[in-house]
Design a protein around this ligand. Sequence first.
Ligand SMILES: Cc1cc2nc3c(=O)[nH]c(=O)nc-3n(C[C@H](O)[C@H](O)[C@H](O)COP(=O)(O)OP(=O)(O)OC[C@H]3O[C@@H](n4cnc5c(N)ncnc54)[C@H](O)[C@@H]3O)c2cc1C
Length: 429
Amino acid sequence: MRSNLCNRCGSCVGLSGGAIVFEDKTGKYLPSLYRELDTHKADRIWHACAGKEFDFPKYNETIYGKDSKFHQYTGAYKNIYIGYSNDKKIRKNSASGGIISSVLIWLLENNKIDGAVVLGMSETEPWMNEPFIATTKEEILAAAQSKYTISSVNEILPKIEKFNGKLAYVGLPGQVQSIRKLQAVNDVSVKNIEYIFGPFYGNTLHFSSVISFLRSYGVKNYRQINKLYFRYGEWPGNMRAELKTGRVIELPKFHANYLIPFHILKNSLLCTDLSNEFTDISGGDAWAPVYEERGKGFSIVFSRSDKGQQILDEMLQDGWLTLDPIDVNEAITIHSHGYDLKKRGAFIRMKFRKWLGKENPDYGYIIKGFSVSRYIMEFLTDALFVVLGTKPARFLVEKIPPHTIGKIFEKARTIWKKSTHKTKRQNLN
Ligand SMILES: Cc1cc2nc3c(=O)[nH]c(=O)nc-3n(C[C@H](O)[C@H](O)[C@H](O)COP(=O)(O)OP(=O)(O)OC[C@H]3O[C@@H](n4cnc5c(N)ncnc54)[C@H](O)[C@@H]3O)c2cc1C
């Protein structure tokens, strides 16, 4: 799994009974085998790994049925909406519109679940994220907002299995895919999971992003962190580190995005699932000027299964949410950059890897037939990621004040987006 195929979902660690552990979570964050596994356990773990294989067409058909509405970019869906939680506190406290947190709280308060698998920040090591089972509204709220460093939610499969009651589960696409694989073979570890939700997924960052962020402000030791947020405050929020000394370091999210090319987890670039296609409900940011200008969090929301649709319908009736339907073409246009990255870029990248003799994940489908300009654009982007991911590049960027590099990055990104707009939007719908 040192071939970039590991998405760090954590299933192998969770199912191994201590034989596999993640090493160096602040560094490469890779699973390592500590003890031999018996054949049964090894087979179970191998099956659960979605990093090497996940058959999109097969799972689409078995989970959502042949007749579900479907688009190759978005996956199966019942309806698509733009919306937000009507609870101002939840909305402000969340990553975008607070839909995911609201759904979890509504399910809990209506006794449809007894707990929710979410990702919070560790109490003992507050710079690391940590999955846990929330059983109160307060715990769900404490776990809201996106964590952009690597998360391995499925490490807690043993706790999920032992939990006494019904659970909702929140995870990134690779984590959800592994849960779906386990559900398909009725694995006991996922028997308590009743609902699956998840955020959209562009990419995740190595922990080196946090280290580098601090260093740029002259802070040498990440253990100084008392609290770490990736989207603190009103939408889109700030990256914010509160230090034990009382010092607070904060940078607007759009500026903190400069960390992406320097610290991106290369496996994110092999993921072809932007909108968390195998959930009951998934949600992302509504990245469109009309919503961005309003300055409050708006989510794009997909209901995918009957269960997911029923939850949204009942929440609407109860006055918990505001949701305006949009059609699939609008959804794709809002996220044209993300869909282009995942449904074109990832397949071109896999082709490059194949030419280099590298192994690729098997997703059971391939999208091809892109223009020459799209190939060139991908080559340039990948080359940039390789160069900026090197130690000298990371070292140099730390010498520039984050506010300056953040502004430069935002400007460069706007220019890049405008100049590649035509290539990206071509035949997108
Ligand atoms: C790594 C990452 C990359 C993303 N990339 C994009 C993108 O490219 N485009 C886009 O539109 N949206 C992206 N999102 C989604 C976006 O940031 C919001 O999470 C989404 O809009 C849902 O907002 P909300 O207000 O409904 O969620 P909230 O109500 O804030 O709830 C978020 C839920 O997600 C869980 N969670 C947070 N981080 C993680 C994580 N790393 N792993 C597992 N569970 C987690 C939390 O525990 C919480 O339950 C990304 C999110 C993450 C975590």
